[in-house]
Every structure is written in structure tokens, then in C-alpha cells.
Design a protein around this ligand. Structure first.
Ligand SMILES: O=C(CO)[C@@H](O)[C@H](O)COP(=O)(O)O
Ligand SMILES: [Fe+2]
Length: 219
């Protein structure tokens, strides 16, 4: 069942020179989760942060750390991100041939399991994984950068996954990431998402605007 909407600001759009302060600011502004984008310059064409940065940020917020791994291979790094304080570890279905094994490793490391789908990937790829998932992340842009435009065709995928979760009666969060703002959020929620990642839409205007930005996303 679709839950009340939670907002997960992506710190990719924060001021990297003061990440700790930025995490505290969005926490105080009403963020439900903190979304951390990890990129390796191989699976996606950008490089961001590693487990040491997650560990350094951990004392700045008690909110759920939602770690989105855009890296391949992913298995060798799961324990490091779990040890750094990740609550949810989301891996890409496209990042390796053995997603089921990867999810077992995330569970063994003590974290909630998430799987993410690129825009070109069909939801059928996760058909046999639902029972092993706490979260499904639909990418509504091609991963690698913040500030891109929402790809409308992904609404159909979000709706199909919502239907499947509800048919199976499972407790799985359905998260959408990329180009989510006050204009696109209502459609994303109507399609069945209950966690919205928002980078540029949260961080635009600086700290004094964060609370209003988050409020507008919740509609
Ligand atoms: O994972 C990614 C990009 O690959 C995202 O989490 C972005 O950081 C979202 O940024 P906006 O589209 O909300 O600006
Ligand atoms: Fe992300």
C-alpha cells in the first residue's frame, strides 16, 4: 500500500564545501531521509563520494541514510557503506549479473535492501526479487548528474511497480529519483511513488529556502 510521501533530498545538489552543515540544514527543514549518491566514473559518467564521506556525515543527522550506489562492481563495497552508517543500500539491477546475491549481502551487512532501474530498463528484471526488497528506486533521469529533466515515460513504470507491490501485498517503498520538483511531484505521487528524491528542487535558494522547498514537494 502506498504510504504517506517522504522526501529524500539528494546531497549531490548541496554545497560540497560544507556537506555536514547542509545535511543538518535539510534535516531541520523537514527532510525525511538523506539521499546519498555514490558514483564511480565507470557505471555512470561522474565521480562523487565514498564510504569515508558517509561516515563523516553520519553524526550530522539521525534521519535514514538512503545510499544510492551507482557503481560496478558493487559487492566489494557493501560492507564499507554499511559500516559507514548506511540504513538503506540501493544497487542497480544493471550493475551486475547476480543482483539476488548482492541483495543477500546487503541484508547480511545489516541494511535494508533497495534495487534501482535505469530509464531504459524494464520492471520485469526485478520480477523474481520482490520478496527480497525493502525499496524499489525508479530512475526518472539517466543517472550521473543532478538537475536533469524528468522523463515522462517512467510514470508508466512507476504505476506498474505500484500495482505489483500491492498485488503481492508486500511492504516495499517505491522511490523515484531524477527531475522531481513541485511540478512533477504530483504526477509521480499519483502514479504510486511514496518516496521522492529531490536534489536541485530541495537545495535551490540556499538554506533559508529548504523548509519551503520540502513543503512544496509534499504538496
Ligand atoms: O541519482 C541521482 C542522479 O544520478 C539523483 O539522486 C540526482 O541527484 C537527483 O537530482 P535532481 O534531478 O533531483 O536535481
Ligand atoms: Fe540518486
Amino acid at each position: 500500500m502506498q504510504k504517506p510521501v517522504r522526501i529524500a533530498p539528494s546531497i549531490l545538489s548541496a554545497d560540497f564545501a560544507k556537506l555536514g552543515e547542509e545535511v543538518r540544514a535539510v534535516d531541520e527543514a523537514g527532510a525525511d531521509w538523506i539521499h546519498v549518491d555514490v558514483m564511480d566514473g565507470h557505471f555512470v559518467p561522474n565521480i562523487t563520494i565514498g564510504p569515508d564521506v558517509v561516515k563523516a556525515l553520519r553524526p550530522h543527522s539521525d534521519k535514514v541514510f538512503d545510499v544510492h550506489l551507482m557503481i560496478a562492481p558493487v559487492d566489494p563495497y557493501i560492507d564499507a557503506f554499511a559500516g559507514a552508517g548506511a540504513d538503506i543500500i540501493t544497487v542497480h539491477a544493471e550493475a551486475g549479473a547476480h543482483t539476488h546475491r548482492t541483495l543477500q549481502r546487503v541484508k547480511q551487512a545489516g541494511c535494508k535492501t533497495g534495487v534501482s532501474l535505469n530509464p531504459a530498463t524494464s520492471e520485469s528484471i526485478i520480477d523474481y526479487l520482490y520478496e527480497d526488497l525493502d525499496l524499489i528506486l525508479v530512475m526518472s533521469v539517466n543517472p550521473g548528474f543532478g538537475g536533469q529533466s524528468f522523463i515522462d515515460g517512467q510514470l508508466r513504470k512507476i504505476a506498474a511497480i505500484r500495482k505489483r507491490i500491492d498485488t503481492l501485498g508486500l511492504d516495499i517503498d517505491l522511490e523515484v529519483d531524477g527531475g522531481v520538483n513541485a511540478e512533477t511531484a504530483p504526477q509521480v505521487i499519483a502514479a504510486g511513488a511514496d518516496v521522492l528524491v529531490a536534489g536541485s528542487a530541495t537545495f535551490k535558494g540556499g538554506p533559508s529556502a529548504y523548509a519551503e522547498n520540502i513543503r512544496r514537494l509534499k504538496g
